[in-house]
Design a binder for this molecule. Structure first.
Ligand code: GH3
Ligand code: MG
Ligand code: MG
Ligand code: MG
Ligand code: MG
Length: 311
């Protein structure tokens, strides 16, 4: 198992999958040495709009998994320089590929061997020559389910934003990718007197307020900005490539517009406000440092009366 694998890399890999998968074609990595089989598989899956990439060299497997980010592997068992079952066993020990669908497609007709191959990590066993309709159906349904599960591990159900863990992981990645002269501003946003909104209007209305702020943030920030639901009514955002002053004015405008946004409740509509604390790189140069600073500045904004952005 390669040493390069770390927990945050795994999560970022899933995040990449989720983000790139939005409208993207399904991708199948075909591990197969027979050119004829590869051509047949590519034609069959291609007819269903599924993209394929074929390899037959074990040395290529990990790099191709990282660069191609497949949704499924179609794995041959016997190749001159490649043992498909052994490769599957190794992949299953890596957190990033622990749940990636792996379907064997092999001429092996011995049930004992098939069972052993499944026991070592495969999801399904298909025998050559394959039935094209069945192959396409299995690939499609497995990928559909895989993408759904991937999304649910990084996205928050109420808002569709990144969840707490995914937010931290993405922030880590953003900080580690910063150039020496790069800029990054982190803001911690917390809705004011939210408990009172829940107590007065009920939890479902509180939920609507949270969704309203998420919707506003999504609409106002760029696709390269990080927006995460950090806690119940707390959001963390990170804006790269803008000065702290520019970031401040963007967030303060959002604060202003949120305070004027009506949220419906059974008896009419209410308005809510938020407070935010801002911290910038390179004044703080780690994701933990940025988060802590933004948090303590947020506390200051609360103490200074709420409905304000401080830095
Ligand atoms: P402050 O202005 O100091 O931030 O006061 P506050 O009342 O907003 O702060 P506090 O942290 O005391 O309250 C947050 C509340 O948010 C407590 C919790 O019940 C509620 N909450 C957390 N998650 C959710 C959620 O998903 N939906 C709803 N409706 N409420 C939530
Ligand atoms: Mg291709
Ligand atoms: Mg073979
Ligand atoms: Mg709070
Ligand atoms: Mg609050």
């Amino acid at each position: 198992v390669p040493a390069r694998e770390q927990p945050s890399m795994v999560l970022n890999h899933i995040l990449d999958l989720v983000q790139t998968n939005k409208q993207e074609q399904y991708r199948v990595l075909v591990v197969e040495d027979s050119r004829v089989a590869v051509a047949l598989i590519e034609r069959t899956l291609g007819q269903h709009g599924i993209d394929t990439h074929a390899i037959s060299d074990p040395g290529e497997l990990l790099d191709r998994l990282e660069s191609y980010k497949p949704d499924l592997i179609l794995m041959d068992m016997y190749m001159p320089r490649f043992d498909g079952v052994e490769a599957t066993r190794v992949l299953r020990q890596m957190a990033a590929y622990g749940s990636l669908p792996i379907v064997y497609l092999s001429g092996e007709s011995d049930v004992g061997m098939q069972v052993e191959a499944l026991r070592l990590g495969g999801d399904q066993f298909l025998i050559k020559p394959f039935n094209p309709v069945l192959l396409a159906a299995i690939v499609k349904t497995k990928i559909e389910r895989f993408r759904k599960i991937q999304r649910s591990t990084v996205l928050d159900g109420l808002t569709g934003l990144l969840n707490h863990t995914a937010t931290k992981s993405r922030l880590n990645a953003m900080v580690s990718q910063l150039q020496p002269h790069g800029t990054l501003t982190v803001a911690m946003i917390d809705i004011d007197y939210f408990k009172a909104i829940n107590d007065t209007y009920g939890h479902p209305v509180g939920d609507q307020v949270i969704r309203g702020l998420a919707w506003l943030l999504k609409g106002r920030l760029r696709s390269l900005d990080l927006i995460g639901r950090y806690g119940g009514e707390e959001f963390l955002i990170a804006l790269p490539d803008v000065s702290p002053e520019q970031a401040f004015s963007v967030i303060d405008r959002i604060r202003h517009d949120f305070s004027a946004m009506p949220h419906a409740h059974p008896g009419g509509a209410l308005c809510a406000t938020f407070s935010a604390g801002i911290a910038s790189f390179p004044l703080r140069d780690t994701s933990a440092g940025l988060t802590e600073e933004a948090d303590s500045v947020l506390l200051m904004a609360k103490r200074m009366g709420r409905n304000r952005v401080e830095q």
